[in-house]
Design a protein around this ligand. Structure first.
Ligand SMILES: Cc1ncc(COP(=O)(O)O)c(C=O)c1O
Length: 486
């Protein structure tokens, strides 16, 4: 049913104000706001009754697709269940009511938590130090690139090392972040197993290379078995190895980027560590480094002197601040709750189950769909619907819409770019085998429907507020404002 905008529900004179009496002193806004900034006319706000507001927003909230209501196998995004205790912990008054300008002496508990979080992430990733400041994965990547630049500059070859190499399977934010940091991007192909092509890497590494950016397992879900050789090649060229650890889900307690030879890593707390994904924030993308890069980390650093935690702003080689204050604290608290509640054994179990669930789904679906890269699949895998598109005219987007009509969030579509008609599936460890089996049944029904009446797909979805928008128009020319028709 069409949900009217709140402005359309408005009727003059209605309001949602229910205080019966006010005994306090009247203050005028004009007391605080300079006269030239005061409105000349009252703001045109919707006039709506309280129950209408409550119903409107409750209905809107129910239109949201959420992990709390349905299966959400969105590859690369790790839509695992976020335990509610994370929320309760972040809302404890001692955390929630803290002001970022309070002196360090009055926030010792919070600083201790941040300090312990940095140490926990260092231990899990095999790195020497972490900063919690970056507010998203891509922000972590940019911070990492700035650290790499500062390192080369300090060594004297910052001017000559102008290139960053990325595999063609890399997440789009990787080349964008390196470009934003001023680097030229060199893209190299993957081999026929979906792994880094070592010959291509060798051919492109040179004294101009600042870093090689990769993720392992990569975006095909495939573990790069040659990682030690890759690290050796990169280091021999005098470059650094950057790890896009957006998704650590298959690795926790099992292996560590630091041990694989990575010098810098960012992790997305909003994927692996069960915190909410926000559209562009509030996320958190902490960055970990080996000791050679530690002097360049953003300030202030959280340090410990006996039992006292300090904010150290004196780090002469630091790249400076990358965020207001210390990062998205609420998200970090949620992630820390998740880490300490699970402990290392629980986190290892998380990874084992994430890999098991993905491999279970893959092996059941591989009989009916093409999985082009199967070797070494970890927590996610990619189906190619190229043959279905050619035979039945049913594309990845059509299947995505079919799943929406069946109350399943679609997998990631058309990524990674090197797989045609890609459906990238990440079930996560928090799903039961019953949910996975239901998903398999739906995918089998998709196949049957394609064979029966493929034309059905082109009008889907039928159950959503807006059925089949023009995707290109909606992305390029979104109309996001409400125009008062009166
Ligand atoms: C592999 C990978 N790298 C980087 C990112 C960027 O993270 P964020 O969206 O927090 O900026 C993502 C997010 O989708 C990702 O999946």
């Amino acid at each position: 049913m069409y949900e009217k905008l709140i402005a359309e529900l408005s009727s003059p004179g209605r309001n949602a104000f229910s205080l019966t009496a006010w005994n306090g002193e009247e203050t005028s806004v004009g007391q605080y706001i300079p006269e030239n900034l005061l409105r000349t006319e009252p703001a045109k706000l919707p006039e709506v009754s309280k129950i209408d507001i409550v119903r409107h927003f409750t209905r809107l909230s129910q239109k949201n697709f959420s992990i709390d209501t349905n299966f959400y196998p969105l590859g690369s995004c790790t839509m695992k269940y976020n335990p509610k205790i994370n929320e309760e912990t972040a809302r404890l008054a001692g955390f929630a009511h803290t002001h970022p300008l309070q002196p360090a002496s009055s926030v010792q508990g919070l600083l201790k938590l941040l300090y312990c979080m940095e140490r926990s992430l260092s231990a899990l990733c095999g790195m020497d130090a972490f900063t919690l400041q970056p507010a998203a994965g891509a922000h972590g990547e940019l911070t990492g690139m700035m650290l790499i630049k500062a390192y080369h500059t300090k060594k004297g070859d910052g001017v000559s090392r102008t290139q960053v190499i990325v595999p063609d399977s890399s997440h789009g934010t990787n080349p964008s972040s390196a470009h934003l940091a001023g680097y030229e991007i060199i893209t190299i192909p993957s081999d026929d197993r979906g792994m880094v092509d070592l010959d291509a890497l060798k051919a492109n590494l040179s004294s101009r290379t600042a870093a090689f950016m990769m993720t392992n397992p990569n975006t095909l879900g495939v573990f790069e078995k040659n990682i030690l050789e890759v690290a050796d090649m990169v280091h021999k060229a005098g470059a650094l190895l950057y790890y896009d650890g957006a998704n650590l889900n298959p690795l926790l307690g099992i292996c560590r980027p630091g041990d694989m030879g990575f010098d810098v890593v960012h992790v997305n707390l909003h994927k692996t560590f069960s915190t909410p994904h926000g559209g562009g924030g509030p996320g958190s993308g902490p960055v970990g480094v080996k000791s050679i890069l530690e002097p360049f980390l953003p300030i202030p650093r959280i340090t410990k002197n006996n039992d006292t935690f300090l904010l150290n702003g004196y780090c002469p080689d630091s790249i400076g601040k990358v965020s207001a204050f210390y990062g998205n604290i609420g998200i970090i608290i949620r992630a820390y709750a998740y880490i300490i509640i699970n402990g290392i054994n629980g986190l290892t179990r998380v990874s084992e189950l994430a890999v098991l669930n993905a491999n279970y789904l893959m092996s059941r679906l591989a009989g009916s769909f093409n999985v082009p890269y199967k070797e070494g699949v970890m927590h996610e895998f990619v189906i190619s619907l190229k043959k279905e598109a050619q035979t039945y005219g049913v594309r990845a987007m059509d299947v995505a819409k079919w799943l929406i009509d069946n109350d399943i969030h679609p997998p990631t579509v058309y990524f990674p770019l090197i797989v045609e008609e890609a459906l990238m599936i990440e079930p996560t460890e928090t799903e039961t085998i019953d949910t996975l089996d239901e998903f398999i049944e739906h995918m089998m029904a998709v196949k049957d429907t394609m064979r029966g009446d493929p034309s059905l797909f082109h009008e889907l979805p039928r159950t959503t507020e807006i059925c089949r928008p023009d995707e290109v128009q909606a992305a390029r020319n979104p109309i996001l404002t409400w125009h008062d028709r009166n």
